[in-house]
Design a binder for this molecule. Structure first.
Ligand code: 2P0
Length: 324
C-alpha cells in the first residue's frame, strides 16, 4: 500500500487562464507546455488501516490548514475511485525553488496523483492519470508527460474528455528555459483568484479566447519542425495577451514589476542584435527566457548583469512522471 513517484513542473507556452467549472477544474481553453528537468517533486503515499485521517509532511514540516485540505480532498477523489476508505501518510519533497516563480502545485499534484493511485492499487493509464491530476491543479495535468504536452479542454461538463496529451518527448528538441529570479517577488493575487476575476470581469477575456486556436496550430507546427522563431514568437505573444486580460479586470491588476518590464525590454533588444531569445511570464513577476543551447552563455551573462535580478536558473526539457 505504498508508492513513490517523481514529477517535474512545466512552463506554459500557450497559457491556461480561466476555468469554466471551478470544482472539477475545467478550463476555458486548451494550453500547451514544456516540462522542465530542473524542478520536481518526489512524493511517497502510504495507505494505512490504523490512520484516522491523512497526514501530510512537506519538506519535513507537518502541513495543516488550506494546503492540507487541498491534498486531503484530492485523496478523497482517489479513495472514491478505488472504493477504499483508507487514510494515508504523504511525504513530499519539493525541488522547485518557489523564488524562481515556478508553481510547485504542478509537480506536486502530478507526483501525488501518481503515487496515490499506485499505492491504493489503481492501475491508471497516463490519460486517466492526467484527467485525475487536473482536479488537483489544472496545470499539473500537463506534467504527467515529458517534453511538450497539450491540455485539451474537452467539451463535456463531467470532465471526462479534459486531460493532457503528449505532443513531443523531451528528446525531440533541446530548447532551454532560463528563469530570471527578481530581487523582489511579492505576489498579491494568486493565479486561482486572478484567473477567476479575469473571467468574470475583463472585457478582453473573449479576445484572449478567440486568439487561442490559431496560436495552438502555429506553435504545434513550430514544435514539429523545431522552428525556434515560430515557437518563440507565439509563446511571447500568447503570454502578453494573457497578461493584457488582467489589465481589463475589475479591479484591474498586473503581475509585473518594474524589473519584469526591464527584462522583457532587454530580451527584445537582444533580438535586434540577432540573438534569438523570447520570454514568457506566468502569474507572477519573474520572466522565463526561451533560448537554444548555443546561446546559453550570452543569455546568462546578459540577464545576470541587469539590476534587480537576483539569480538566473537554467533548465532543459524534462521527463514525465516516474515511479521510484
Ligand atoms: C499555466 N498558470 O498554464 C498558467 C499560466 C499561471 C499562468 O496554470 O487553480 O495553479 O490549480 O487549476 O494550475 C497557474 O494555475 O491553477 C497556471 P489551478 P494553476 O501554467
Amino acid at each position: 500500500m505504498k508508492a513513490t513517484a517523481k514529477a517535474h513542473t512545466n512552463i506554459a507556452l500557450i497559457k491556461y487562464w480561466g476555468k469554466r467549472n471551478e470544482p472539477i477544474i475545467l478550463p476555458t481553453n486548451n494550453s500547451l507546455s514544456l516540462t522542465l528537468d530542473g524542478y520536481f517533486t518526489t512524493t511517497s503515499v502510504e495507505f494505512d488501516e490504523t490512520l484516522t485521517k491523512d497526514q501530510f509532511i512537506l519538506d519535513e514540516q507537518v502541513i495543516t490548514g488550506e494546503q492540507y485540505e487541498r491534498v486531503a480532498s484530492f485523496l478523497d477523489i482517489i479513495r472514491k475511485l478505488a472504493g477504499k476508505q483508507l487514510y494515508a501518510s504523504i511525504t513530499s519533497k519539493n525541488e522547485v525553488p518557489t523564488a524562481a516563480g515556478f508553481a510547485s502545485s504542478a509537480s506536486g499534484f502530478a507526483a501525488l496523483a501518481a503515487a496515490g493511485t499506485k499505492a491504493i492499487g489503481l492501475g491508471l493509464s497516463n490519460m486517466e492519470l492526467s484527467r485525475l491530476t487536473r482536479q488537483g491543479s489544472g496545470s499539473a495535468c500537463r506534467s504527467i508527460y515529458g517534453g511538450f504536452a497539450e491540455w485539451q479542454m474537452g467539451k463535456k461538463e463531467d470532465g471526462s474528455d479534459s486531460y493532457a496529451i503528449p505532443i513531443a518527448p523531451a528528446e525531440h528538441w533541446d530548447i532551454r528555459v532560463a528563469a530570471v529570479v527578481l530581487s523582489s517577488t511579492k505576489k498579491k493575487v494568486s493565479s486561482r483568484a486572478g484567473m477567476k476575476r479575469t473571467v468574470e470581469t475583463s472585457p478582453f477575456f473573449q479576445g484572449w479566447l478567440d486568439s487561442i486556436p490559431q496560436d495552438l496550430t502555429t506553435i504545434k507546427e513550430g514544435i514539429r519542425h523545431r522552428d525556434f522563431q515560430k515557437v518563440g514568437e507565439i509563446a511571447e505573444a500568447n503570454c502578453l495577451k494573457m497578461h493584457a486580460t488582467t489589465l481589463g479586470a475589475n479591479p484591474p491588476f498586473t503581475y509585473w514589476h518594474d524589473t519584469t518590464i526591464a527584462v522583457m525590454q532587454k530580451i527584445q533588444e537582444m533580438r535586434t542584435q540577432n540573438i534569438p531569445v523570447y520570454f514568457t511570464i506566468d502569474a507572477g513577476p519573474n520572466v522565463k527566457v526561451l533560448y537554444l543551447p548555443e546561446y546559453e552563455k550570452i543569455v546568462e551573462e546578459t540577464l545576470r548583469s541587469l539590476s534587480g535580478v537576483a539569480d538566473i536558473r537554467l533548465s532543459k526539457p524534462g521527463q514525465g512522471v516516474t515511479y521510484l
